[in-house]
Design a protein around this ligand. Structure first.
Ligand SMILES: CC(C)(COP(=O)(O)OP(=O)(O)OC[C@H]1O[C@@H](n2cnc3c(N)ncnc32)[C@H](O)[C@@H]1OP(=O)(O)O)[C@@H](O)C(=O)NCCC(=O)NCCS
Length: 380
C-alpha cells in the first residue's frame, strides 16, 4: 500500500451513483432530480419535494393528495414517548435530544428490524411526518410548556410552525418556512447523508441510519453552522464594526461561520434565495441589525475570501429567517434535520435499489510490523 494516494476527507471520491440532487459547485447551481432549486422554492411545496426525493419523480395530483394524507396520518407521536422526552435534561443540546428521541421511536417500533424496501419506505414517510412533531415537542418542553398535538388541517410547514409557536402562521410565514424546508431537503453526498448510507449499507435498521445522520448533522462544520452564525455575530454591535472585526478574525485565522463549502466554490444558490427572504423579513419587522451585519460580513468576505472560492453557504442567512419564524438559535439545526430527513430517506431507498453494497474504505497503514510483545514488567 506504500504508493496509494490518500484522499483526505474523501474529497472528490465517488462511491455510488445518485439522481437525487446535483451540485454544480463552480457555477453555484443546485438541482433536485434535475429541477433547478429556484423553481422548486418558488413553485413547489415541501410535501411535493419529499415525494420527489422518495420516488424520484414528481407526483400526479392524486398521488400528491394521497402522500399528503399519509404524512398527516403519521404526524402524531404517542403520548408515552412525549412523556419520555420530558425527562431529557433541559440543558442538553436539542440535537442530542432529537438523536435520543428518534432512537427511542425505533426502540418501540415493532417493525424496526424489518429492512425490506417496503418497510423502509413506510418508516421513512412516518419519520418525515414525525420529525416536526418531535422537534416542536422538544422546543416546548424546554420552555416548560406542554407540546401541542399536530393539526391535520394545516400543511407540513404550517403545522410545524403552529406546533412550534402555538399559533397559526400567516401565509408569508408558512411560505417562508416551506421554502427553508425545501432548500435544506437534500444536498448530494454530504456528511450526514453519507453517514446514513454507511450505516444502512451494513443492513442495519432505518432508525440507526437516521440517528447516525443526526449526529453528523449536529457538527458545526455541517448543519451546526447555522447556529454558529448568529452566535458569531452576537458580539458585533452594528454593521460599522464589521471591517475591524473581520480583520481580527482573519489575523487569528478563525473561520467565518456560514462561509465556504467543500463543493461550492461559488455563491451557494440556497444562500441567494434565503438572503432575499432575510432582507424582506428584516425590513418588514424592523429587525435589520443582524441582516445588515451579515451583509457587511459578506462585503468583507468578497474582498478576502471570494478569491479563494469562499462564499456564503446556506447557513449564512438562514438564521435571520429562522429567528423571524420564532425559532430559537439552538433549534436551527433541528429544523435543518426536519427538512433533511427527506433527503436521508431518499438516498437510503435509492442505495437499496441500485447498489446496496457494504461501504468499507481502507486506511493506509502507517505503523510498524512484527514488533515483539514486551511483557509489562519490562516496559520503561
Ligand atoms: C465547510 C468547510 C468545512 C469546507 O471546508 P473544506 O472543503 O474542508 O476546506 P478547508 O477546510 O480545507 O479550507 C480551505 C481553505 O479555505 C479556508 N476556509 C474555508 N472555510 C473558511 C471560512 N469559513 N472562513 C475562513 N476561511 C475559510 C481555510 O482556512 C483554508 O485556508 P488555507 O488553505 O489558507 O489553510 C469550511 O468551509 C468551513 O469550515 N466553513 C465554516 C463552517 C460552515 O459554514 N459550514 C457549513 C457548510 S454548509
Amino acid at each position: 500500500m506504500s504508493d496509494v494516494e490518500i484522499k483526505r476527507g474523501l474529497e472528490g471520491v465517488v462511491f455510488t451513483e445518485s439522481e437525487l440532487s446535483y451540485i454544480n459547485g463552480q457555477e453555484g447551481k443546485l438541482y433536485y432530480l434535475g429541477i433547478p432549486i429556484e423553481e422548486l422554492a418558488e413553485k413547489s411545496t415541501y410535501e411535493e419535494v419529499a415525494f420527489l426525493l422518495l420516488y424520484r419523480r414528481l407526483p400526479t395530483k392524486k398521488e400528491l393528495e394521497e402522500f399528503d394524507q399519509k404524512l398527516k396520518e403519521n404526524r402524531a407521536v404517542r403520548v408515552e414517548k412525549i412523556a419520555s422526552f420530558a425527562n431529557y435534561p433541559k440543558d442538553a443540546h436539542p440535537m442530542a435530544a432529537l438523536r435520543t428521541a428518534i432512537s427511542e421511536l425505533g426502540l418501540f417500533d415493532p417493525k424496526e428490524e424489518d429492512t425490506s424496501y417496503e418497510n423502509l419506505l413506510e418508516t421513512g414517510i412516518s419519520l418525515i411526518a414525525k420529525f416536526p412533531t418531535v422537534v416542536a415537542a422538544l422546543k416546548r418542553l424546554r420552555e416548560g410548556r406542554l407540546p401541542l398535538e399536530p393539526r391535520n388541517d394545516l400543511s407540513h410547514a404550517g403545522n410545524f410552525y403552529y406546533m412550534l409557536n402555538g399559533k397559526e402562521p400567516s401565509k408569508e410565514q408558512e411560505k417562508l418556512l416551506d421554502v427553508a424546508l425545501i432548500l435544506h431537503a437534500d444536498h448530494g453526498m454530504n456528511a450526514s447523508t453519507f453517514t446514513a448510507l454507511v450505516i444502512h449499507s451494513t443492513a442495519s435498521d432505518l432508525y440507526s441510519s437516521i440517528v447516525g445522520a443526526i449526529g453528523a448533522l449536529k457538527g458545526p462544520r455541517h448543519g451546526g453552522a447555522n447556529e454558529q452564525v448568529l452566535k458569531m455575530i452576537q458580539g458585533i454591535g452594528d454593521a460599522s464594526q464589521v471591517p475591524e472585526w473581520f480583520k481580527e478574525k482573519l489575523e487569528k485565522k478563525e473561520r467565518i461561520m456560514g462561509m465556504g463549502h467543500r463543493v461550492y466554490k461559488a455563491y451557494d444558490p440556497r444562500a441567494r434565495i434565503l438572503k432575499r427572504y432575510a432582507e424582506e423579513v428584516a425590513k418588514a419587522h424592523g429587525r435589520t441589525r443582524e441582516y445588515e451585519i451579515l451583509v457587511a460580513i459578506e462585503k468583507e468576505a468578497e474582498k478576502y475570501l471570494a478569491p479563494k472560492g469562499i462564499y456564503p453557504n446556506v447557513d449564512f442567512y438562514s438564521g435571520v429567517v429562522y429567528s423571524d419564524l420564532g425559532i430559537p438559535v439552538e433549534f436551527f439545526t433541528p429544523v435543518f434535520a426536519v427538512a433533511r430527513i427527506a433527503g436521508w430517506v431518499g438516498h437510503i431507498l435509492e442505495y437499496t435499489e441500485k447498489d446496496n453494497r457494504l461501504i468499507r474504505p481502507r486506511a493506509k497503514y502507517s505503523g510498524e510490523l512484527d514488533k515483539p510483545y514486551i511483557p509489562i514488567e519490562q516496559r520503561g
